[in-house]
Design a protein around this ligand. Structure first.
Ligand code: PRX
Length: 665
């Protein structure tokens, strides 16, 4: 693996792999009734077009496709060519037409206790139609982009579906991102309308969002209208409302008609753009289109969670601002007509048992969360979850980063009462849907392994030359065949799309995921983490370069290097090494806090470094490349590795001798 891999994380996973021999067979009853059985793998492999056509039949098409896949202009794919459909109709209207209008689509749980709302499919249809009419009045037409910057309230889902209904691609920006990050995303995709809220509740208090939209508007001139949900009722401040631009949701949407006839769009019509960190400072706008994406989201949600829409109550704890919220809160579950829980706040508000209380209250059967959350609950011990009756649970899912076997086993035992399979699902913003995962009714799960590609998906682990590695060996994770929910391009940058994903194994035509992986002796896949300059902090993707750029934009900073160091709670944590400008002297007593606040302001609280070290030099090769591997050794308090290629080996002594400074305030 390259110098840029994360050795300690990799080593840990490899060590686990060596000693891990636990297996969890699927419960017999679940296996007998499973939606997807073992024969699906062969069936999909035998005729992949026919397999995907069957999956696309889950959806309602206005016009059926003429061709399943057009790969003639690879890597620019077209799926279900000639077909037309409306994503919003598929997620809402058709369930009402099928007689399920009174079924609850969303059990919404606000963070303040007893602030709840149940929304049926019929009500959702009315509200989505109203929002579509209101957006039309605000000037949104087919093809226009709309940015959504919202807390976890039902209106966020309504806004996304209203955009889909109009064929106006949405770009949802995570509410934790700063005004700068919001502005650059609005600017990159040219969003003319922003949907937001005054704020949302987090950790027991209102947390403002609208001021960040106002600030973002000073940095981009693209925005014509801002549609604002009143959630918290907080004071917007003296200049917090601009009559020429700002419109209240309750006025515009509240007064709009509940009738909206939707149009069918081409299968390849853009559905949304989701920004994610890459290896440069500029986030990539990942483009997903309609027919293939919705097919992938609906199929995988059904297969991986063995979904029984009549009886299951599903809950995914991700934020709507990440791809998991797109595929597994909005498009997959709603296309499948489930009843789901949507929770606004933090897991420990007002007390540590809040999540488990919600599971007990709504009798949640399928639960999907991230390893970082599981690890934080593990630290608190089993006493809190043990107070709640969670016997309704039947399948537990994990996503976002490798799940360590201890966390997997704790999850299964303490939360799942040893009855529930755990599905460790590997996928990415780019893949749109789950790619590698156990099937709960088929696979004997191994703690720590995502196991094998699901039926229809072809993944492999290859060496530098693109050759499949034998069982027992490691290499790069690749996808060897196109799949319906694959990204179509990077918004406005086809070249970067080709370079980033398709040039590494151009000869073979493989998609390069950017992850390292190992096949164990049974051929099951263990994902080891990123092999590029992308970090994974609490399951959130951050680019080292993006944070370095934020740091060097501070007037006192000359140069910086950022690494992702292993962290017991967050998987990886941001550790920054900073060289100050000469005129800044020692930077002053507050320098670490100043820099940390600066990163927070530039990107958002998730990018805040765990530690910032002020150093006199950075370790570089003779060609000037920063040796992050050595900096990771320091950050992880390990013996420093091989320094032979350093231009000046004494630098590491200086850096190691320096004081590490935590940014916790
Ligand atoms: O490194 C892998 C890790 O998260 C990356 C994708 O991040 P993002 O696009 O933000 O999507 C997160 C939600 C799908 C991957 O390249 N990753 C995601 N799931 C897993 C994982 N690593 C190991 N095991 C997983 N189950």
């Amino acid at each position: 693996m390259s110098d840029q891999s994360t050795p300690s994380q990799t080593e840990q996973t490899l060590a686990n792999l060596l000693k891990e021999d636990r297996r969890f067979e699927p419960p017999a009853a679940l296996a007998a009734e499973a939606n997807v059985k073992a024969d699906a793998y062969d069936e999909a492999a035998a005729d992949s077009d026919a397999f995907w056509a069957t999956q696309a039949e889950r959806l309602s098409w206005d016009k059926k496709w003429d061709q399943v896949l057009d790969w003639s202009n690879a890597p620019f794919a077209k799926w279900f060519v000639g077909g037309t459909l409306n994503a919003s109709y598929n997620c809402v209207d058709r369930h009402v037409e099928a007689g399920n209008g009174d079924k609850v689509a969303i059990h919404w749980v606000g963070e303040p206790v007893d602030d709840t709302r149940d929304i049926t499919y019929a009500q959702l249809k009315d509200e989505v139609s109203q929002a579509a009419n209101a957006l039309t009045d605000l000037g949104v037409g087919t093809g226009d982009r709309v940015a959504i910057y919202m807390p976890m309230i039902p209106e966020a889902i309504v806004a996304m579906l209203a955009c889909a209904r109009l064929g106006a691609p949405h770009t949802v920006v995570f509410g934790g991102f700063s005004a700068d990050a919001l502005a650059s995303r609005i600017d990159d995709c040219g969003a003319k309308v922003v949907v937001t809220a005054d704020g949302g509740y987090r950790r027991g208090a209102p947390s403002a969002l609208k001021p960040a939209v106002d600030e973002a508007r000073t940095k981009t001139d693209k925005v014509e209208k801002v549609l604002v949900v009143r959630r918290t009722g907080q004071d917007l401040g003296e200049n917090g409302w601009d009559d020429a631009v700002d419109v209240w949701w309750h006025d515009a949407v509240g007064s709009a008609s509940t009738e909206h006839a939707c149009e069918a769009f081409d299968s390849e019509h853009p559905l949304y753009v989701m920004y994610t960190s890459g290896t440069t400072g500029k986030p990539k706008g990942i483009l997903h289109t309609t027919g293939g994406y919705l097919t992938g989201a609906a199929y995988t949600h059904n297969a991986v969670f063995d979904l029984k829409p009549e009886t299951d109550v599903y809950w995914c704890t991700a934020d709507i601002g990440w791809v998991t919220g797109h595929s597994y809160i909005v498009y997959g579950p709603l296309a499948n007509g489930v009843t789901q829980v949507l929770y606004e706040g933090t897991p420990d508000s007002p007390e540590r048992g809040r999540w488990w209380q919600i599971i007990a209250d709504y009798k949640v059967t399928l639960f999907y969360t991230a390893p970082t959350a599981i690890r934080s609950f593990m630290k608190q011990g089993p006493d809190v979850p043990d107070r709640f009756d969670m016997s309704s649970l039947r399948i537990l899912g994990s996503v976002g980063e490798p799940i360590n076997p201890e966390a997997y086993v704790w999850y299964r035992h303490v939360i799942g009462g040893d009855r529930t399979p755990v599905v460790d699902t590997w996928w990415q913003t780019e893949t749109g849907a789950v790619m590698i995962s156990p099937l709960p009714g088929v696979t004997a799960g191994k703690p720590g392994s995502a196991m094998t590609a699901i039926p229809g998906i072809s993944a492999d682990v290859v060496d530098d030359e693109g050759n499949s590695v034998p069982n027992g060996s490691g290499g790069y994770l690749v996808v060897t065949k196109p799949w319906p929910s694959m990204l179509r391009t990077i918004w406005g940058d086809d070249d970067r799309y080709v370079d980033t994903y398709w040039s590494r194994f151009r000869k073979q035509g493989f998609y390069f995921a950017g992850d390292g992986a190992k096949k164990d002796t049974d051929g099951d896949i263990w994902v080891l983490g990123r092999v590029d300059d992308v970090m994974n902090v609490s399951g959130h993707r951050l680019s080292t370069t993006e944070i370095e750029s934020a740091l060097v934009s501070h007037p006192k900073v000359a140069e910086s290097a950022v690494v992702g160091a292993t962290d017991p709670d967050t998987g990886q944590a941001v550790v920054a090494y900073v060289i100050l400008r000469e005129e800044a002297g020692d930077g002053g007593p507050e320098i670490v806090k100043e820099l940390s606040d600066h990163v927070r302001r530039e990107i958002g609280p998730i990018a805040k470094p765990r530690e910032i070290m002020i150093v006199p030099e950075l370790p570089k090769t003779r060609s000037g490349k920063i040796m992050r591997r050595l900096l990771r050794d320091v950050a992880e308090k390990r013996e420093i590795g091989d320094t032979q290629t350093l231009a000046d080996a004494s630098i590491m002594d200086l850096i190691s001798a320096g004081q590490s400074t935590s940014t916790e305030d």
